[in-house]
Design a protein around this ligand. Structure first.
Ligand code: ADP
Ligand code: MG
Length: 811
């Protein structure tokens, strides 16, 4: 009213008591509110000074009522005056705040009072105290640290003002302990710091998709400044969302509270990268927020990608490898997986496999072994088994099994190798080795037989020679001498035959190859040996009409056929059929690769088959060895097939046999074909007599003596020499008187070859016949090639000897 009446009113203190509230004191500062010149109201500013008022009051009046009120107020209250400071009042709350009693505080010296303030804040605190005391304007509210009696530090908020105390200016201050508040402020700061620096980007988003907070990481990873991001919407950077979709998401979030999704974010530069977003819905004071924690998963995606790629690699390895692979459960033994090769090889579909177990792949007869091996836990070792396909085809396999983890289960993985080819190759290798071994065995037997035959022949030559001379003296077989000589002669003939066969086997016998037609030879031999056939043996010919010529020693071929015929006859005691087949064949590369003993080329194949008793495998292994016989010592010699073998080898041919016990036997002989024209055989049983001088060179006296007698009986004059050197000397002095030289191949000292070359030096046209019981084939051939005129096999057959000498001298 005063104001409205135009009176100036001074700021004053009023007591004010709004309805239903306790009484407060207020300081009022009012001024009139004018409209033109009229005062229409007033503006009043009220400040609540209840506290100060009460304190002043209590101080002034010491009234118990106020004092108590002040003592136990929530705020600490103090009144101080003077410089240095002196405390004139402190309430209990303040004392409690710093851990002292009121009495202690009031008795503190200025130094002790100063120590109540934290050193860092002390300067400021007392500076302001003194300034305010002087009446200067300084901030009345601020925070500082105080030190409690126990040494701990508290934060306090001070609010102070100047008052007049006992006529002097003093400072009245109130204190609030804000230590707890400070602590949570600190915690908040830490939290903010950790959010700012978290590895994940953090976004707060409101319901309209506005970004209202982002952390440092978000700014960094997106390349935007904070301000830029705060003016954007979440779907500006998250490609998963449009305005529409975000609304949906929001509703969804409200229901589910948290959701994790994968999405793509776009940076300021337009780069797009994969992220994982964890959305959290939060409602604070009726406002809805969404916290999004965003993690860059580029690296994770990359390693996932790599993992997938390597899985793909292994999958394709697994699928495309040539060997079948099967995986089966360790518990149920069911198949869990199979590769393409398994499907192809076994014929089962993938689905069929998944309903099967490993034992379904074994033929029933093998299951016992398989089970035993599994029980023995030998599954780890590679095993050879037989497997059977869906269609019943069986094949040998080698299985490698190993433990693996398959989709979280313990499983076995079996790699299966089809070893059909390997077994075949092993078999072939074994056969080849056997063949090689056989050839080596025959070779050494041959050398042994040859060695014996050679020495034996020399002995025989002299026995036979003398016996023949004796025969000339005692031709009458009725006399006892004549009979004896006959027996000797027959014996030596048989012995000579034997050695001849042995030599034939040993390939020592030099053969005289002539182009012959093997069909003719077979017919001749069969007609000559008709007497050995019983009536009950039929002879069949299946001849190649235009059979190719072979170059062979006719006599030896006759021998081969005779031996085979005799064996066939022995094998068919109850009769049967004997079949001779001839055939022109060509051995090609493929065949000779398979049977390396065969060289490629044209051959004549000669087969001799009988329908006799046949032979066992065991017999077959030994038939070509000399002295192997199943016929008993009285009947068999065991030399028949040995001779055949030797002769055929010596002709660069091959022989093999097909036979089964009880089913007959077939011998196949392959001889190289020739392009020469075959010549027919002529008979000769005539002794050719001649004249002239012969130089006989042989180191063995017995051989020399008998040869001299034989040659003289044929009409020749003979000079002998016991070694090469003597022979050369004789020939050098008598070359014009000597018409022919017989030269032994093997002699101690100067060899046959050397002697021959020296003789040839004296007379290039010298006629030399080589004689040998055991001609090392190569050397004889070498000599014949060097110009020697011919070859005579020991022991001498008088007919042959006479013929060859006669013909040589006539040339
Ligand atoms: P031998 O006839 O003196 O026994 P061979 O060398 O001619 O000696 O034959 C050796 C062995 O080979 C014979 O004892 C016989 O067991 C077997 N053999 C040879 N030819 C035949 C055949 N055609 N049928 C059955 N077995 C045969
Ligand atoms: Mg025989």
């Amino acid at each position: 009213n005063e104001l409205i009446c135009g009176k100036e009113i001074q700021p004053n203190i009023i007591e004010y008591s709004p309805e239903n509230r306790e009484k407060i004191f207020a300081e009022i500062n009012a001024s009139p509110l004018k409209e033109g010149n009229n005062i229409v109201g007033c503006i009043a500013i009220l400040r609540n000074i209840t506290q100060h008022k009460l304190l002043e009051e209590s101080l002034r009046e010491s009234e118990e009522k106020y004092r108590n009120l002040v003592e136990y107020m929530l705020e600490g209250i103090a009144v101080a005056r003077d410089v240095p400071i002196r405390l004139v009042y402190a309430n209990t709350t303040l004392a409690n705040m710093v851990g002292y009693t009121v009495e202690e505080l009031l008795s503190f010296s200025p130094e002790n009072l100063m120590k109540l303030i934290h050193p860092d804040d002390r300067g400021l605190f007392f500076q302001r105290y003194e300034a305010r005391l002087r009446g200067e304007e300084v901030p009345s509210r601020y925070e500082f640290r105080a030190i409690r009696k126990d040494g701990s530090v508290i934060w306090a908020k001070i609010s102070s003002s100047q008052i007049i105390y006992k006529g002097k200016p003093a400072i009245q201050a109130s204190f609030i302990d804000i230590t707890e508040q400070k602590k949570s402020e600190k915690e908040l700061q830490l939290m903010k710091f950790s959010i700012e620096h978290s590895e994940d980007s953090v976004f707060w988003i409101d319901s309209s998709a506005n970004i209202i907070y982002v952390n440092n990481t978000a700014c960094r990873s997106l390349g935007y400044s904070r301000d830029e991001l705060l003016s954007m919407k979440i779907y500006d950077i998250d490609l998963n969302y449009t305005e529409e979709k975000w609304k949906e998401k929001w509703e969804n979030l409200k229901k589910n509270r948290t959701i994790t999704v994968e999405s793509l974010h776009r940076t300021r530069n337009g780069k797009i990268f994969p992220v994982e977003v964890l959305f959290n819905y939060l409602k604070v004071d009726d406002k809805e927020y969404n916290f999004a924690f965003v993690r860059d998963i580029t690296e994770r995606k990359k390693s996932e990608e790599e993992l997938r790629a390597s899985e793909q690699l292994y999958r394709s390895l697994f699928e495309d490898i040539a060997d079948p692979i099967l995986i089966f459960d360790q518990e149920t033994y069911r198949f869990l997986d199979c590769n393409k090769s398994a499907i192809k090889r076994y014929g089962y579909t993938r689905e069929e496999f998944l309903n099967m177990a490993p034992h379904n792949l074994h033929p029933s007869e093998e299951l016992k072994i398989v089970e035993k091996n599994i029980d023995d836990q030998e599954t780890i070792l590679p095993h050879r088994y037989t497997h059977i396909t869906k269609y019943g085809e069986k094949f040998p396999v080698e299985i490698h099994t190993q433990e693996i983890m398959y989709k979280g289960k313990k499983a076995w993985i079996s790699i299966i190798r089809d070893i059909t080819e390997r077994i075949k190759a092993e078999e072939e290798k074994r056969k080849l080795q056997e063949q090689l071994f056989y050839a080596q065995k025959m070779e050494s037997i041959g050398r042994l037989a040859g060695g014996i035959a050679h020495d034996f022949n020399n002995i025989l030559t002299s026995v036979m020679g003398y016996a023949e001379l004796l025969k000339m003296e005692f031709p009458d077989t009725t006399t006892s001498e004549g009979k004896a000589v006959d027996v000797i002669l027959r014996g030596t003939e048989r012995a000579a035959n034997l050695t001849k066969q042995l030599l034939g086997f040993a390939r020592g016998g030099k053969y005289n190859p002539v182009p012959i037609n093997i069909n003719d030879v077979i017919r001749d031999v069969v007609s000559m040996s008709e007497k050995i056939f019983e009536k009950n043996i039929d002879v069949n010919y299946e001849f190649e009409q235009k059979v190719k010529t072979i170059e062979a020693d006719r006599t030896q071929m006759e021998q081969v056929l005779t031996n085979l015929i005799i064996n066939a006859k022995d094998a068919m005691p109850l009769g049967g059929t004997l079949t001779f087949r001839t055939e022109n064949i060509y051995i090609d590369k493929e065949y000779s690769n398979k049977y390396p003993e065969f060289k490629t080329g044209n051959y004549v194949k000669i087969s001799v088959s009988d329908t006799g008793i046949g032979m066992t495998e065991e017999v077959k292994k030994h038939i070509f060895e000399p002295f192997f016989t199943t016929k008993g010592l009285a009947k068999g010699t065991g030399l028949g097939l040995a001779t055949v073998y030797g002769i055929i080898k010596n002709h660069n041919g091959y022989i093999n046999v097909y036979s089964e016990a009880g089913k007959g036997t077939t011998f196949n002989i392959y001889l190289p074909a020739s392009t020469k024209i075959a010549v027919r055989k002529e008979k000769n049983e005539k002794i050719f007599r001649g004249s002239g001088t012969i130089l006989l060179i042989d180191d063995e006296e017995d051989v020399r003596n008998v040869a001299v007698k034989q040659l003289e009986s044929l009409g020749y004059k003979v000079i002998t020499a016991s070694d090469g050197i003597k022979a050369i000397d004789i020939y050098a002095r008598n070359r014009n008187n000597i018409d022919l030289i017989l030269l032994d191949m093997i002699m101690p000292g100067m060899s046959g070859i050397k002697t021959y070359l020296n003789l040839k030096k004296i007379n290039p046209d010298v006629k030399v016949l080589i004689i040998s019981g055991f001609s090392q084939n190569g050397r004889a051939t070498e000599l014949l090639e060097k110009g020697a005129t011919g070859f005579i096999q020991k022991p001498f057959n008088l007919y042959r000897l006479s013929e060859i000498i006669y013909k040589t001298l006539k040339e």
